[in-house]
Design a protein around this ligand. Structure first.
Ligand code: AMP
Length: 395
């Protein structure tokens, strides 16, 4: 696996695919610079070697050239965060871009205009990728968030750098974190899968059953399992057409010696609202008109034990409707347990959509080992798929 530290960038121009798809407010100011910060170590290493960086990214989903999606809006923020002069060029290919690259001095940054102003980016056009390839000596992919897309800048362009291509430090860390859960992690390995639906997690569950020792199932997903097992779930979320699948997962887990932990109680509510009436209820005896919206106290205690006895933890999906204060407790308590385990040496990876949002919202970001920067890319990795952006560097 070729990574950034396998290269010396002295007097070289690095063409880096970053993920600067950051949120902007009405005045086109960056409101969350996490993704720019995440690319900083890679950029700094190249600059310290004595090289320069040509940064390419997409921003949003423009239809053709649309000023609101221009990467010019973020150039100042990049300059602030990296602390070196940052130029911007208003096209990502062609004579203007090539001239800007030719004039780029060591120690400086150049941001190319939004790749998706050209439809050839997302279609993975070879000619467009070849034009991009003229803008650097070494290709670096540091964009995990788009590594599951076979786009020109994430995948096809790598073909034009047969020897001179590598992963950036961020992408390297993402790959290693997933490997820790899937192959190299210390046992017992625990996966906590919460969230709304069984259907969106099924491929992950089936793929990871071979790699884990314990599986915690939580969140709305729980109730499809409970109903399949003969329990009363009232008006809780349920996918009736996935009940057989749920039973099959439990059978597969047993055959593979994976211990499955399902909630035993829930906080139930008479409405999907912060103003609802609530009570604690056995998970299999939820009355009609009520729905389970969070993990109950006994469940939290049980899950805490499992977490504290694990050496490697993957967490994907909340244990309840954490967006409503009244039903956030289960997810917060799980976060506390994982933070405590991490403090005593357990490796913990949080990834995929809503769990990342929850971890940030409740301030666990620096209390777990790693928070993935890629939603879809993370989920596809856990499903066992080889991401095209990763394969292109390994090729
Ligand atoms: P996912 O994207 O599949 O990880 O699902 C995340 C969503 O699941 C969040 O928006 C939660 O509010 C929701 N969720 C978690 N627990 C429940 C539950 N018991 N009932 C309904 N929705 C839930």
């Amino acid at each position: 696996m070729r990574t950034l530290n396998d290269f010396n960038f002295k007097n070289k121009k690095a063409l880096i695919r970053v993920d600067f798809n950051v949120p902007l407010n009405d005045e086109f100011k960056v409101t969350d610079a996490t993704r720019i910060e995440a690319a900083k170590p890679t950029i700094i290493k190249i600059l310290e070697d004595g090289g320069s960086c040509v940064l390419m990214s997409h921003l949003g989903r423009p239809k053709g050239v649309q000023d609101e999606f221009s990467l010019k809006h973020i150039a100042n923020k990049v300059e602030d965060i990296i602390g070196v002069e940052t130029k911007f060029v208003s096209n990502c290919i062609g004579a203007e871009a090539e001239a800007a690259v030719a004039n780029l001095e060591p120690g400086k940054l150049l941001i190319l205009e939004n790749l998706r102003f050209h439809t050839e980016e997302t279609s993975g056009d070879r000619n467009f990728a070849e034009q991009l390839s003229k803008l650097g000596d070494i290709y670096v992919n540091d964009a995990f968030g788009t590594a599951h897309r076979a786009h020109a800048s994430t995948t096809v362009v790598a073909d034009f750098f047969p020897e001179n291509k590598c992963f950036g430090l961020l992408l390297e860390q993402e790959i290693k974190s997933i490997e820790k859960v899937m192959t190299t992690g210390e046992k017992p390995v625990l996966a906590v899968l919460g969230g709304a639906k069984v259907s969106s997690k099924i491929t992950i569950i089936e793929n990871i059953l071979d790699k884990i020792d314990h599986l915690i199932i939580g969140g709305g997903m729980t109730f499809t399992f409970i109903k399949a097992l003969g329990g009363n779930i009232g008006n809780s979320l349920c996918e009736d057409d996935k009940m057989e699948l749920a039973l099959d997962i439990l059978k597969q887990a047993e055959a593979k010696n994976v211990k499955v932990h399902i909630p035993t109680d829930a906080i139930i509510a008479d409405a999907f609202s912060n103003d609802a009436n609530t009570k604690i209820c056995d998970i299999s005896s939820i009355p009609d008109g009520w729905m389970g919206l969070d993990a109950g106290p006994e469940t939290i205690k049980n899950f805490n034990n499992v977490v504290l006895n694990s050496k490697t933890i993957l967490w994907n999906g909340p244990l309840g409707v954490f967006e409503l204060d009244k039903f956030a407790n289960g997810t917060i308590e799980l976060g506390n347990s994982i933070a405590e385990a991490t403090k005593s040496g357990t490796f913990s990876l949080v990834g995929g959509g809503d769990s990342v949002a929850a971890v940030k919202q409740f301030g666990f970001e620096n209390k777990v080992s790693y928070v993935s920067t890629g939603g879809g890319a993370m989920l596809e990795s856990l499903e066992g798929k080889t991401l095209p952006g990763i394969a292109a560097i390994l090729k």
